[in-house]
Design a binder for this molecule. Structure first.
Ligand SMILES: Cc1cc2nc3c(=O)[nH]c(=O)nc-3n(C[C@H](O)[C@H](O)[C@H](O)COP(=O)(O)OP(=O)(O)OC[C@H]3O[C@@H](n4cnc5c(N)ncnc54)[C@H](O)[C@@H]3O)c2cc1C
Length: 403
């Protein structure tokens, strides 16, 4: 027997984008279902460093574009949500660090870049007096400059857990290869057919929204929209875990001419009392071309040079490849804002950054309003559907596994 169900909106993909959006849609009165093929957050979201950015990256380039202005407002918007005063109540989300820092350990060029960064951020970066250094930098054995950014760091597992609670009844796990869409002659999607927990399911909806990260490509193909251009930009992230690992949240500005942080460090406490340092930045960009042993050797070298007082002799090291999934623009420009494309009743969407998930939801809600997609379909068989099928489970951060 096929289980049949109708709703206003079906979302594919339960990372931060899909879960944030589902919460906003629910608040706006829409009936919506989210279909997840793997685990919640198990794509990019749980691999991210959880930094809520305020636009340093763009400021280091010396240009304040529209997008960088938009991202500059994000730390304040997230902080309001974390206080329970924003568009979503994130007061249960754990903040790993209230501040994110920038460190340049020496050298005229890196100091210059740091200066440039602070100037174009117009007072939003504060030089930290040594007396106020966090414990790790107080112990520094080399001279350097420390700056405090408006950015801060959230614990992504607690973010996903908090986002999934209010919408728990609207989350379904399904078998992605079984998915088939029925399309109208003019190209709209009318129905999604798939199996879930061994059951055949048919769902009709007015709107289908794709927030499946890397999975958007194959979903777009199934929707007959294979011409939509997407791109993957890989990173090889390094992690090291040991007992008594100090808590550090910092971009380290390098001494070459690259305008990107050489190393981006976040610290993630583990259940056994140890902590993991998770390393991104240029290290992870360059690491894509390196073997695991090479990128780990590079990380060890950089840490020894940046933080000679750090002892990582007992650390377990690991690394893994992970793709950032984004829209691709014809002019080869990298997206720097949340992106959404509309084809008939299919919206494909990429937040580009975890930080920008709220902006993506704004854009989609505003599109729905302008396209006159108003809440209206309430099918009481939702209870039957969610009872018979299974909910997706929460993913695990990949930096938790050390080699
Ligand atoms: C290493 C790394 C570090 C990062 N650090 C930061 C950071 O510090 N700050 C920041 O702002 N951004 C950061 N980002 C970017 C950020 O992680 C992403 O922009 C964001 O998590 C994307 O969220 P998403 O929900 O669109 O995608 P994802 O988190 O990838 O979620 C997509 C979901 O869709 C599911 N799915 C896939 N295929 C299908 C299908 N066919 N049907 C149904 N579901 C499907 C997946 O299982 C997954 O759960 C980082 C990214 C990476 C890779």
């Amino acid at each position: 027997m096929t289980l049949r169900y109708s709703t206003d909106i079906v979302i594919f993909g339960g990372g931060v984008a899909g879960l944030w959006l589902l919460n906003r849609l629910r608040q706006a009165g829409y009936n919506a279902l989210l279909l997840e093929s793997e685990t919640l957050g198990g794509g990019q979201t749980l691999a991210s460093q959880g930094i809520i950015h305020g636009g340093l990256k763009y400021a280091l380039g010396g240009v304040l574009t529209g997008a960088s202005q938009a991202i500059a407002e994000m730390p304040a918007r997230w902080r309001a949500a974390l206080r329970g005063e924003g568009d979503l109540d994130l007061s249960a989300v754990k903040t790993l660090s209230d501040h994110y820092y920038m460190w340049s350990n020496a050298g005229l060029r890196s100091r210059f870049k740091t200066f440039l960064g602070s100037k174009s951020l117009r007072g939003r970066i504060d030089a930290v007096p040594p007396a106020e250094y966090p414990a790790f930098f107080k112990a520094a054995t080399v001279a350097g400059n420390l700056y405090r950014l408006p950015d801060f760091v959230v614990d992504t597992p607690s973010l996903l857990a908090t986002l999934s609670v209010p919408v728990a009844q609207q989350l379904l796990h399904y078998d992605a290869p079984s998915l088939e869409f029925t399309r109208s002659a003019e190209g709209s999607i009318q129905q999604a057919d798939f199996t879930a927990a061994g059951q055949q399911v048919a769902i009709t909806a007015r709107q289908f929204i794709l927030t499946a990260g890397e999975g958007n490509k194959s979903l777009l193909e199934k929707c007959g929209l294979g011409s939509v251009q997407t791109q993957l930009r890989p990173l090889k992230m390094v992690h090291l875990t040991q007992p008594n690992m100090p808590e550090v949240y910092v971009h380290c500005i390098g001494d070459d001419f690259s305008m990107k942080p050489a190393l981006t460090v976040t610290t993630h406490p583990q259940d056994d009392g140890s902590a993991t340092w998770y390393l991104g930045g240029q290290l992870a960009e360059a690491g894509v071309e390196q073997s695991d042993a090479e990128v780990i050797a590079d990380a060890k070298k950089q840490l020894a040079s940046l933080f000679p007082w750090l002892d990582v002799n007992a650390a377990q090291w690991g690394c893994f490849l992970i793709n950032r999934a984004e829209i691709a623009y014809d002019d080869n420009n990298r997206p720097d804002d949340a992106a959404m494309l509309v084809n008939h009743n299919v919206i494909s969407a990429w937040p580009t950054k975890l930080t920008l998930a709220p902006v993506l939801a704004d854009k989609i809600l505003s599109h729905l309003q302008s396209a006159d997609v108003v809440p209206g379909i309430h099918d009481p068989s939702i209870g039957e559907l969610t009872q018979q099928l299974s909910a997706p489970v929460m993913g695990q951060p990949r930096w938790g596994s050390s080699s």
